[in-house]
Design a protein around this ligand. Sequence first.
Ligand code: 13P
Length: 252
Amino acid sequence: MRKHIVAGNWKMNTLPAEGVELAKGVAAGCAAVPASVNLIVCPPFTHLSQVAEALKGSAIAVGAQNCAAEAKGAYTGEVAASMIAALGCKYVILGHSERRQYYGETSETLNKKMEQAYANDLTPIYCVGENLDEREAGKHFEVVKAQIEEVVYNLTAEQFAKLVIAYEPVWAIGTGKTATAEQAQEIHAYIRQVLAAKFGAAAAECPILYGGSCKPSNAAEIFAKEDVDGGLIGGAALKAEDFLAIGNGFAE
Ligand code: 13P
């Protein structure tokens, strides 16, 4: 059985004290979420350390929202994967559409970031997804296929076994417009097929998360689909209660 994962991407939200409080709220309520669901929070870099400390001994894992493409050195303003790992983080979100769109992240950069993540024992949550124009032009399949081929296909079988994928249609992020459960299932199944073309049977084990306006009221329907293994949550992850309710979207 594939892992069920609900990960909160806090983006550029919360000051340190607020982040610690949010993390503690999630920890306090997580016993109500089925134990089979892996909960992850991804705070901003500034309080990764404090949140990791606050969650020590809990079942909740911590991830970063990005990492540098290089190992170390003269890269002003960057944060190395080794630094993230040293704080006890287990995950790193890579290739989020906001980073591709606003910070010009390309497959070339992402290949280097993936290498850094694996070299430091971080599990990448690799994001793919089309924008509205691409969806309307019926190009969503080819867009996610290219995002996978250009980066995920470069992984070894051993690396692939640790990978988490998040499908996040750009038109659904922060817009309140969610993909229907059917749309999510259709493209998740397609993504799995693209993964299987390279990695064979191992593709059946890769968790594929849905992201984009996922909330307590729609999570259960989306998570019930065969190829949806959880969610990458933005806005709704900023309230412990909503985040936990989404975690409860899995039928036990
Ligand atoms: P929202 O849940 O706010 O739409 O954001 C989704 C997302 O981008 C998570 O990475």
